[in-house]
Write a protein that binds this ligand. Structure first.
Ligand code: THU
Length: 136
């Protein structure tokens, strides 16, 4: 991935965070995904009074990609932004959903502090269960 597309991806994650609906946790998250074609889709976390219905920013972004892509999207990178001192790693559920569409994805998490996470989905979710296990 080029430096400019990485910067665009991170910018999209930052912009999406401004739309977060997180009145319960007050933990703001923005995420963006880059498809193999070079398209960026973004999402934020959306909470609910029935707390368990909350959707994370990463899954929101991935579902946007699926909804707007002709055919199944291939994710090459996922960026996460939180306005926190430390970067946020994707939760287990989001790792599983990233695996469905981007088992080789680069995962970058940035924040308001100097540190960042830069790793692969394979590192975050080794030996993942994925679509290759389908029986038919
Ligand atoms: N959250 C995300 O959106 N992504 C993450 O990677 C971690 C957690 C959200 C879910 C919930 O709205 C809030 O952050 C606190 O868990």
């Amino acid at each position: 991935m080029s430096i400019s597309s990485e910067q665009a991806l991170i910018s999209a994650a930052r912009a999406a965070a401004a739309h977060a609906y997180a009145p319960y946790s007050r933990f703001i998250v923005g995420a963006a995904v880059l498809t193999a074609e070079g398209t960026i889709h973004a999402g934020c976390n959306v909470e609910n009074a029935s707390y368990g219905l909350t959707i994370c920013a990463e899954r929101n972004a991935i579902f946007q990609a699926v909804a707007h892509h002709a055919g199944v999207p291939r994710l090459v990178a996922v960026a996460i932004y939180t306005p926190t001192p430390l970067p946020t790693a994707p939760c287990g559920a989001c790792r599983q959903v990233i695996n469905e569409f981007g088992p080789d994805a680069l995962v970058i998490s940035v924040c308001d502090g100097p540190s960042e996470i830069r790793t692969s989905l394979d590192h975050l979710l080794p030996h993942a269960f994925g679509p290759e296990y389908r029986s038919s």
